[in-house]
Design a protein around this ligand. Structure first.
Ligand SMILES: Nc1ncnc2c1ncn2[C@@H]1O[C@H](COP(=O)(O)OP(=O)(O)OP(=O)(O)O)[C@@H](O)[C@H]1O
Ligand SMILES: [Mg+2]
Length: 226
């Protein structure tokens, strides 16, 4: 595995809505090495989700370059980027994305199937992932029958389904109370020990504590780098 996971140079992202232009990211430089656990914090609207979306190739920058595991994301078309995402990136979003009509285990199996795993291994792998997040006893529950924290743990199981080397998590404990958030912190601790690269947008002191580095983002700029 390459020693540099993410390298962004002069990264900028502008959004234009009618006549309003928002500079969500401005001339941002960032290097994250493999195995690092980096947290990004800063006020609402600072550009945290925008930055994670660019790193995860869900959106393209309007200026600058971004390389993830030596792939120049500007250089690829949408087809390649879809392959890139399913090979390299696990994404836990700020809002829940589970399908309400699938059970917990089906929600996980569905993602694994999309990645092209054989049906025979599908449910074994799904069960292993449920165990990883401590929810094997909730396999047949639908999302509406799970607590907020349990749903978020299923999101982690889905994000890890393809065993990606890079995990991006956008405020994964943001909607949870402190006790429920603990379970998520434990999962992230396990992921860190496995040597995955983790980048998380968070204000949670427990996640900041787990980080090897915290970056402060304000008005689209990284102002502190500790
Ligand atoms: N798709 C979009 N179209 C237009 N403007 C956008 C879009 N996405 C984000 N923005 C704007 O870009 C800025 C940064 O948004 P972003 O979601 O990255 O902030 P954030 O730091 O994640 O905030 P929060 O802590 O509230 O999640 C905001 O001013 C927002 O209004
Ligand atoms: Mg956000």
């Amino acid at each position: 595995m390459k020693s540099t996971a993410v390298k962004a140079q002069g990264l900028g992202k502008k959004f234009e809505v009618d006549t309003v232009v928002v500079e969500a990211l401005r001339n941002l430089d960032l290097t994250v090495n493999t195995g690092e656990f980096v947290s990004i914090y800063g006020p609402s609207g600072a550009g945290k989700s925008t930055l994670l979306n660019l790193i995860g190739a869900l959106d393209k920058p309007t200026s600058g370059t971004i390389e993830v595991f030596d792939h120049d994301l500007n250089a690829y078309d949408e087809n390649f980027l879809a392959t890139f995402r399913s090979t390299y990136v696990g994404f836990v979003f700020q809002s829940y994305n589970l399908s309400s009509t699938l059970t917990a285990i089906e929600n996980i199996a569905f993602v694994i199937e999309l990645a092209g795993w054989k049906a025979k291994n599908l449910f074994d792998r799904s069960e292993d992932l449920l165990k990883l997040v401590g929810l094997e006893h909730r396999a047949n529950h639908f999302p509406a029958q799970l607590s907020g924290g349990e749903r978020q743990r299923i999101e982690f199981a889905r994000a890890l389904a393809n065993n990606p080397p890079l995990l991006l998590a956008d405020e994964p404990t943001g909607n949870l109370d402190a006790n429920t958030g603990e379970e998520i912190v434990k999962i992230l601790h396990k992921i860190k020990k496995e040597g995955k690269t983790v980048i998380v947008a968070t204000h949670d002191p427990k996640l900041l504590e787990l980080s090897t580095r915290s970056l402060y983002l304000k008005n689209g700029r990284l102002t502190r780098n500790e």
